[in-house]
Each structure stands twice: as structure tokens, then as C-alpha cells.
Write a new protein. Sequence first.
Length: 396
Amino acid sequence: MSASMRVPMLDLRREYAYMKADIDAAIRRCLDHQKWILGPEVAELEEKAADYLGVRHTIGTSSGTDALVLALRALAIKTKDREYFDKGDQIITTSFTFTATGDAILRAGATPVFVDIDPDSYNIDPDRIRQYLVRYTQGARAGSAKVVGIIPVHLYGQACDMDEITAIAKEFGLFVLEDVAQAFGGSHGNRKLGSIGTCGAFSFFPSKNLGGFGDGGLLSTNDGEIAEISRMLLKHGGRDKYDVEHIGYNARLDTLQAAVLLAKLTYIDEFNGRRKHVGSLYAAELRKTEGIVVPLSRTASDHVFHQFTIRVLHGRRDALRSSLKESGIESMVYYPVPLTDMKVFHERCVTQENMAVTKRAPHEVLSLPMEPLMEDEEVLSVVRAVRDFQVTGHSA
């Protein structure tokens, strides 16, 4: 295979072919029973996901975004005895993520506080979390606003430093809502992501490590009250939809999506293992390439490589991306605009001083093709194209 052979970012048709018999059988069972709303597959998925993650409760939702919103709404109802947080309630998170993370905070009534990220993992920097908490809750602004929680995002499939984040949360009396949209099956130490914080929120968007055939999500928690409230919220706000207690949503996980996810769940460890192999091969081959910084895997974390994202130094990222495209190799920039620069968050957020790493990252990051069924030679084809560009300064 030459460097000019086309390599897509992700080939879902390849994955479907690999699991076709199981997926088709799962769909046929739905066609037979015709229970499309909260059918038996939803409860089965929730039970098996809870067992896999090591939590007491999981609740299927219509999307990963809804999982975040439902978790925050449930937390507001439980901790404040109100339907929503208010603007004085601050939730610390990262600006270098998909908009859903920050948007969910706004939709729950709170104010997002964006702090800087770690330059190696791209995840939220615990030192900057503590810095904000010390300065703004114990300093001159004490009393003007109250930090109530932290949303760490396990970006690209790599765990945040959950030991430090949970220690900070305990010290300051905060909840932790893990955004695990990109890291199903990942772990920190001996615990699965989504089981460490107060709650976890997962996305089953088709491109995720565990993805459906449409939108879907999951909320995880060990807190029975949060689980109960969340189940009410996703069904219009009550145990009885004709006599509701809260302002709710129509946010149920679709039966057909649950069936597909059940079939694919049996492959998650195998596929994550394949992703790790691809990520390790990329890292080994690119680690010594001038101007390229490969992802750093932390010793306590299990990187499941939803994306393999490099940093391209010296202002050459866009040129490299163009060169790869000319060679038939797809790549993506996740994320080109930090949340702090989006109009929706203007005047609706607090931004920590000195966001240098967050400001630099959108101009350096580049995600290379990452597919659990990629052949080694496909990976090496991408590597050669990157190396040739870095050496010659133009496309191979």
C-alpha cells in the first residue's frame, strides 16, 4: 500500500460487516416484538451497561447531550430543591470540547466556568481548577457566586486526572459529572470512566467507541435519588406522564438503538483493544518525528483512542492536513473553536485568566484516521505521509 491510497477517518461499513450477524439478529427481534418505546432491549442495555461500568444505575437517553442535561437537572433538583440551577451557580469545565458540554450547563440554568487544559492530554488541568476555586471562592469574590460542580471531559478517549479532580471536589463540596462521550470502556486506575464521579454521561453517536445507528446516550450513577429523578425527567417529568412533578423532556433511548448497542456492547473490549493497538503503532512510529507531538498516556489511565490526535508545531498543521488530503488520507480538527470564542457563551460564562494552552490547541491539533479494524499497513501509510511532509515541507 502506498501513501497515496485513500484512508478514511472511520469506516462504519467495515464495522457493521464484522458484527453483521449479531446486529441483524438484534434488529429482527425488535421487528418481531414491535415494542418500539421503552422496549425490553432498553432495560437490558441499562442492566448490562451498569454491570460493565460497575455502577448501580444507568439510564438510557436520546443523546449524550440529553444525558448531560438530565444529570444536571437531577443534581439541581436534589441539591437545591429547584428545577434548575441559577446564574450564581458555577460549574467548572473545559472550553476545549464539543459545545454540548457547555451548552448543557446553560440549559440547566448554571454558569459555565472555563479553565485551561493540560498541554499533553488536552484534558482539563486540575491545578487550574484548584487555582480558580482558591482565588474565586476564598478571595475577593467570595459570596458573589458559588461553584457547585465540575464537569471533566475525557477528551479523545483519555481519562482526566480523576484522582486529583475527585480530591478537589471532596475538599470543596462539589459534584463531579464525568463527560464520557468519547471514552466508553476507558478507565482510570481500576475503575471504569463514568463510575468515578457523582454521575457520568455517555454518547452513542455512531462514530463513538460504542455507537448506535443514530442518536443515543446513557447516564450512569451510584446515587439512587439522581437515577429516580432522571428517569422522571426523560419521560416528561413524572412517574406518571399524565401527572408530572417536574419540567421534563421526551428524552428516551429508542428501543431499536438499544438493540443495536446491545449487539455491539459484546465487542467493546475487543474493539477498544484494537484501537489501543492502532494508537500504540501510531505513537511508536511518530514519536521521533520532528514537529509532531503524540498523545501522552498517563500511567493511571487507559486511553481508548476515540481519536488519535497529534499536535503539529511551527504553524504547519493546516498545510499538513492539506497534504494528507492530496494523498487520499482524511483528517479532522477537533476542535477548531474553543467554547469561550462562541457567541452563545459570550456574557454567559466565566473565563479564567491565562487560557494559553486552550487558545493554542485549536491551531495545533490534528486527528488522524482511527478505526478499530484498520490494518497495520493503513496506519503506516498515514505515518509515511506525515513523515514525508515533515521532512520535505510539501506533500509526498
